[in-house]
Every structure is written in C-alpha cells, then in structure tokens.
Design a binder for this molecule. Structure first.
Ligand code: GLU
Length: 494
C-alpha cells in the first residue's frame, strides 16, 4: 500500500518513563501505530529517559506492557532492537553532546553560566514586573574574557540555543494547517544541561533525524515546542519531518482530563477488566473518526481506514460511560471459550476467599452465557456470579417472603419444589421449567411469586440471571441443599 507519496513512513512513539502510562499518551501511541500499519511503514518505540530526576522505577516496563496488552507491536525499539538503536535516550549521550558543541562552534548556541539562584531571581523579577517568562539572554553576548572568567571559576555551563531575535518561524501542521510563531515569543532554551545530558528538545530532534522519522504525531501540548525544533533542524541543516499535533483530550465537562473523570491510568483499566479490543476502539475515536457515526470498529477496520485527514482539530471528549458501554459490546461479542479464559483470572482474584481454588474452568464455562449480556467489565464478573461458588449463601430470611407471602405458603411451596426437583432427571433448563410452571399453578401461586421465592432460595438474591438456567448450572444437589437451608431459615425465628 502506498501512502503519502512513495515515502516509506517511519513514525515513533517516544514516551518518558515518568509514571504510569496515561490514556492520553497511549492514544498517541495508537495513532502512530495505526498510521504505520495503514501505510505499511514502521512504528518505532523510543524511550525518552534523559530526565533523571523524573525517571520512575518500573515505568518503562509498564509502558511496554501496556503496548503489548493493546497489541501495539513495535518494529524497532526496546526488546526488539533495530538498525537505529540504542532506543533508550539515556544510552545515546555520546550522540547528543558533540552535536550541541557543534552548534556552539557554528554560532547557533552558546554556553550559559547563570546559576539556578540567578535564574530564580530573574524569574521572580519577571513575575513582579509582569513580563513574559524566559531567559533574559545575559550570557548570549559574553565577551571571550567574561567567558574565560566563568570557565576559570569552574562553573559548568548549560548550552542554550540562540533564537533569532526577529522574524517568524512557520511550519505546516497536518491537522491544523499553517502555524506561525513570532520568534520574539521564544526564549533561548537549553540544549545541553550542565551535567551533559541533553534536554528533550535537542534529543528529540537529533533522534527523529537519525532514526529517519518521517511524521511526528504527538499531543497538542507539544505544539509550542515545534517552532524550537524547526529552528534546530534549520541550524543543523536537516530536513524536518512532517508534524501533526493531536487534539487535546477533555472530560465530558470540557475540563482537562483528570482523575475526576475516572481513572486515567491504562493499567488500571486492564485491572478492572476492560478488554484491549474495546480500549483500542475507544481510544481510536478520541480525535479520529470514520464517518462521524460509526462507534464499533475493529482493529482491522481501523488499520484499513485510518487516515490523517480524518483526525480532528477540536478537543476529544473522554467519556467513561461510553467506554463501559463499548466494553459491554465487546464482551458480548466474545465466544464463550474466550470469555471463560479471560474471566478466570478475575474470578481467582475476585471471588470470596472461602471459595476453593483453582476455580473450575468447566463450571465457569457453563456460567458465562448467563451473565454475558450483563457484564460491562470482566472485573464485575465475580460479584455477578459469586453465588454459584460459595458454600453458604448469606441473605436476609425476609427476602424469601417477598411481597407479603406468608411463612406457611413459602414453606409449602419450597417443600413441594424440593420434593419434585429431587425426582427430576435430566436436570436441564427446559425440564426445570416444565416442572416448575405447572407446580406454581398447582400451588395457587403466581409464577412471579413462586419463581421469586426459588430465586432467593437458590441464589440468595432477588435479581440474578434467568432462573431455570441458573438452577440447571447449580445442579440438582446444590439446589436441593440450598432449598433445605431456606426451609430451615423459615422455621427459625427471624
Ligand atoms: N517524551 C515526550 C513525551 O513524554 C515526547 C514528545 C514527542 O512526541 O515529541 O510525551
């Protein structure tokens, strides 16, 4: 498949391992992956871990895990390698430093000796006098004597980029069109820190160039960085890639997405039992659409139809209710074997501890059709089905009497059911129904009353999956035992 001319598409996802992957970051990964797969290009994973102070232990593993869980495989990067590695920026220090120094020699950058104290003072002064923030360029025009003096004092400098004082920097954004920044709004940003580590700006530009990235698809929040990057590309004599800044994600109240709108950690969604298929579908619609109406789109269709043209300029709304609905749709589409496999680990974790482990797969396989319609997440399944597993049901005896049934009537009805069910063979849903419907008539009870009573006796609940199927799955022995206990409860003082 060709796309965007004859150019071989190479895109990257470049997360910083500073915490749990956020749904917003993963949406960026997904769009890059979809674009690469649509075009038959390459999806590269690069870990931007040069900010030592913000690095979080285990965060890289979480990122890799999240991508694997969603099925977003990468063609180059950690664990798979590739021709442009290493793919951890912390292992590329020797690439960045000489390029920073080259920029100094060529007059595009300069060493800055300002101490953190001086910078803090400068900032406070800017706030006081209501000036825009930014470095005041004190070191930009140091004489060689002044520079030598600072060097002699042993102050390790940072390297700053010299933003042109006048003029404008423009670039074309594939989503937003022509973007123009006045250079006077940009400050002389840092390229190399005093410890020799590059900043994000320098490392990202160098790596995008060396890794031959053709398109940079990243979140909106990076838009303000792009003019700096464009100036860097020009200073280095390199051709910039194409840029597309993805729309911001907001909550339904149009406020910036935060915990208030539901969890934003992708791993937590996995732990709560959201399916990766649903998550991919949901995330894909945060800023992209097929036709403004289609909601359920498979991975294959997404790959087939994905295009930069249908990325939206306007904010995407993260609506957790929509995600839950979508997850329900995907759960209903699973075949029972698959649902059983996926439910097992949630049951192992979520059923009360007195339930014997390991949980029987066959038994779960029988139960799943009864709740498939209702489950909105795998994490909900244990509480939907726990009564199938526990040895003793824990319910209030009053529930047996429903709306105004007398103790005697309930006892008579349960005793009759107990006796007849004992003789039933086979004990399947149709036979249970064929036995209980006429029995309710015989007892002079409305089916609703009678079945309600049996539902509480066999499940301990007033709302449960369809009664006859439920009883058949519980099996004759368990049903009889539970009815016997219900009869005993009716006899006791309550
Ligand atoms: N490391 C940056 C981040 O954490 C990458 C930004 C970019 O894609 O250029 O999001």
């Amino acid at each position: 498949m060709t796309c965007y001319g004859s150019q071989l598409v190479r895109v990257r996802y470049a997360p910083s391992p500073t915490g749990y992957p956020h749904v917003g970051n993963i949406r960026t990964a997904l769009f890059n992956w979809l674009f690469a797969r649509h075009c038959g290009g390459s999806f590269i994973l690069r870990i931007e871990d040069t900010d030592v102070a913000r690095r979080v232990e285990g965060a890289t593993e979480d990122i890799l895990d999240s991508l694997r869980w969603l099925g977003l495989d990468w063609d180059e990067g950690p664990a798979v390698g590739g021709n442009y590695g290493p793919y951890f920026q912390s292992q590329r220090a020797k690439v960045y430093r000489p390029i920073g120094q080259h920029l100094v020699r060529e007059g595009y950058a300069y060493p800055c000796y300002c101490t953190p104290e001086r910078l803090a003072q400068m900032r406070a002064e800017q706030v006081r006098s209501k000036q825009p923030p930014g470095y005041d360029r004190r070191c930009r025009n140091l004489s060689s004597k002044e520079r030598a003096q600072f060097e002699a004092e042993g102050i390790p400098p940072v390297i700053r980029f010299k933003i042109p004082i006048e003029g404008q920097t423009r670039f074309y954004d594939l989503i937003r069109g022509e973007i123009v920044f006045d250079n006077k709004t940009l400050d002389d940003f840092v390229l190399l820190k005093s410890d020799g580590y590059p900043t994000y700006h320098l490392a990202s530009v160098i790596d995008d160039h060396l890794m031959q990235i053709t398109h940079v698809l990243r979140a909106d929040e990076w838009l303000a960085s792009t003019p700096r990057h464009i100036l860097l590309y020009h200073a280095l004599g390199w051709e910039p890639p194409q840029f597309a800044h993805l729309p911001i994600i907001l909550g339904p109240d149009r406020a910036k997405l935060s915990k208030r709108h539901g969890t934003t950690s992708l791993i937590e969604y996995r732990e709560r039992g959201y399916l990766p298929e649903a998550m991919v579908n949901f995330l894909a619609l945060l800023g992209w659409s097929l036709d403004d109406k289609t909601e359920i789109i498979s991975r294959e269709e997404l790959i087939h139809h994905f295009s930069l043209e249908r990325l939206s300029k306007t904010a995407a709304i993260f609506n957790i209710d929509k995600l839950s609905w979508m997850n329900g749709v995907y759960i209903r589409q699973l075949d029972i074997d698959d649902l059983t496999q996926r439910a097992i680990s949630f049951l192992e974790k979520g059923l009360p501890c007195q339930v014997d482990r390991p949980i029987s797969q066959d038994y779960v396989h029988q139960i799943m059709p009864l709740i498939q319609e209702r489950a909105k997440s795998l994490g909900e399944i244990p509480q939907l089905v726990d009564f199938f597993f526990v040895n003793e049901l824990d319910y209030n005896t009053h529930l047996l009497l429903g709306k105004g049934m007398s103790r005697e009537t309930a006892t008579r009805a349960l005793a009759a059911a107990q006796e007849r069910l004992g003789m039933l063979d086979p004990f399947d849903p149709a036979s249970v129904e064929a036995l209980l419907r006429p029995l309710s008539q015989e007892l002079g009870l409305k089916t609703g009353e009678f079945f309600g009573l049996l539902r509480v006796a066999t499940t301990g609940r007033t709302a449960a999956p369809p009664l006859f199927h439920t009883m058949a799955v519980l099996g004759k022995e368990r049903c009889q035992k539970r009815i016997k206990i219900a009869l005993a409860k009716l006899h006791s003082n309550f």
